[in-house]
Every structure is written in C-alpha cells, then in structure tokens.
Design a protein around this ligand. Structure first.
Ligand SMILES: [Mn+2]
Length: 274
C-alpha cells in the first residue's frame, strides 16, 4: 500500500522497517485520533536553509513530534548559524555532534578533549572543509550568542538510541562510539564517532538499525539525484544537501528526512530533477 503525501515521497523496503499495510493503517488511525508521537530523522543540512525549510514545510512538525538532526548543520552553504539557532530554539529537536561542529569547536579553541594541535592548523582544516562561510557569520554575531551556541555544541551527544514501534535504532553521525577500538586509525573515540565512514561492505554488529549521516549516499548507490540508502541494518541518510545547487559532476544533492513511524521519506523540493 502506498500513500502519496505530497512532495517527493518514497517508502523504504519492508525488510528494514515495519512498513506494511497494517503499519500504514495503524499510523493513519492513530494520527487521526491525535495519539501519535511522530519521529523524524535527518542529517547533514550543511547550511542550506531553503532545503531545510522545504522539509519543515512538508513534515509540519507538531509539538508532540520529535525531529532528530544527526549533525553537520553548518558549513558549505552560508545558513549554518541561522539553522543552528532555529534548531536550538525548537524544544522538540534533538541534535548530534557532527564532524563539522567538531571542527568548528577545535578551530575556535574549545575542543571536546585535550588536544595539542595549534589553532591555526584546526582553522585551516575547518576552512578546507567549507567552514569559511560559517566563520564569516560567526564573527558578526554578538558575544553572548556565541557562548550560547558553544555551550549547546559542547553538550551535544555523539549517538542516541531510540525505539519506535518496537524497532530499535542507533542514531549516529559517523559511527556508534562502542565500535571504537584504540587500534583503529582514529585518535579518539569522539573523532571516530564523528568522522568514521561506513564502507559498502562494512557490517554493523548491533541488534539495532543504525541510521547515519556524514557520507553522501552516492558512495553506496548510483543515481544522479541522491536518495536514502538501505544496507543490512544500516540506513544512510545524507543525500548530499551540502552539494551546490548545480551538482557535482552530474550528481545532485538534496535534504532527506525519514519518518520512522511508517518509513515514509521526504525530500527537499529541487528545481533540478535529473
Ligand atoms: Mn559529516
């Protein structure tokens, strides 16, 4: 059974999600009664306000719903600080730390962990990864707001475990922190959690379904317009929102948002539709 909800909507394969006819009927019944707490997940907004607003308009978030944002709100496009402030002001939005927020904290001299790296080196890395637009805005905002934002970022979790309709999910930016081992290439567990990229053949050994951002799904599947990727108990949700409007080498990004209650997927509306 397919229910068209407007915008660009897909449904994921039932092997991963509880999306069968009963689930959709139950969802619609509960929604009608106003008894449903709806859970949405998105990631890697990368400063793209139009795409974020397009998703917000489509999902029409209610005060009893929850929106999980799996990190990398900032950098690449110029709206990062404004989007971050919007998320901070939403009582029903929960955010994870991404490697871009981590880079920003390092470049601004307030790292998560002891660090002997110079600020110049951290700043250079941030700029190399699209941080200049965020830093330019940062320099223009008042001090009290800067400290409010830093406090918010420093308190962000790295992973969140949730249960929706009897299914358990591990929400991560890059990787679950418990998968870190000190012999891995990463200098710390935090670095691992925000930077780790899942290979196409990597398997996730937990019992949950891991939902991750960070690595655009074009690395896992073909297609000019990126869409969600479903692996074995893995869902890649970064559909390249950080990409420029006119794409990169014929590949186009957009913002994707997954509704966990029934597996519906919403995509930001795009003018380019290859
Ligand atoms: Mn990332």
């Amino acid at each position: 059974m397919f229910v068209f909800l407007g915008g660009f909507v897909d449904f994921c394969p039932p092997i991963l999600m509880p999306l069968d006819d009963d689930a959709v009927v139950l969802y619609n019944q509960r929604k009608k009664k106003g008894a449903i707490l709806v859970i949405y997940v998105l990631s890697d907004i990368h400063g793209h306000e139009r795409r974020f607003d397009s998703i917000l308009k489509q999902i029409n978030l209610k005060s009893e719903d929850t929106l999980y944002v799996l990190g990398d709100v900032i950098d690449r496009h110029p709206g990062g600080i404004r989007i971050l402030r919007k998320i901070m002001a939403m009582p029903n939005a929960k955010m994870l730390l991404g490697n871009h927020e981590y880079m920003m904290l390092q470049a601004l001299g307030c790292p998560y962990e002891p660090c002997d790296e110079s600020i110049d080196k951290a700043m250079e890395r941030w700029y190399r990864n699209g941080g200049k637009v965020t830093h330019d805005h940062w320099k223009r905002i008042r001090k009290s707001l800067r400290s409010e934002i830093l406090q918010y970022l420093l308190a962000l979790p790295l992973n969140i475990d949730i249960e929706v309709s009897g299914n358990t999910y591990k929400l991560v930016h890059g990787a679950p922190i418990e998968a870190y081992s000190s012999d891995s290439a990463n200098p710390s567990a935090i670095h691992f959690a925000v930077w780790k990229r899942w290979g196409l053949n990597d398997s996730f050994s937990g019992n949950d379904t891991m939902i991750f951002g960070h690595t655009p799904t074009r690395y896992y599947q073909e297609g000019a317009l990126m869409k969600l990727w479903y692996g074995h108990r893995l869902i890649g949700i970064d559909c390249g929102c950080g990409y420029p409007e006119d794409g990169i080498a014929g590949q186009y990004g957009r913002l994707a948002c997954l509704r966990l209650d029934d597996g519906a997927v919403f995509y930001s509306e795009e003018e380019v539709n290859p």
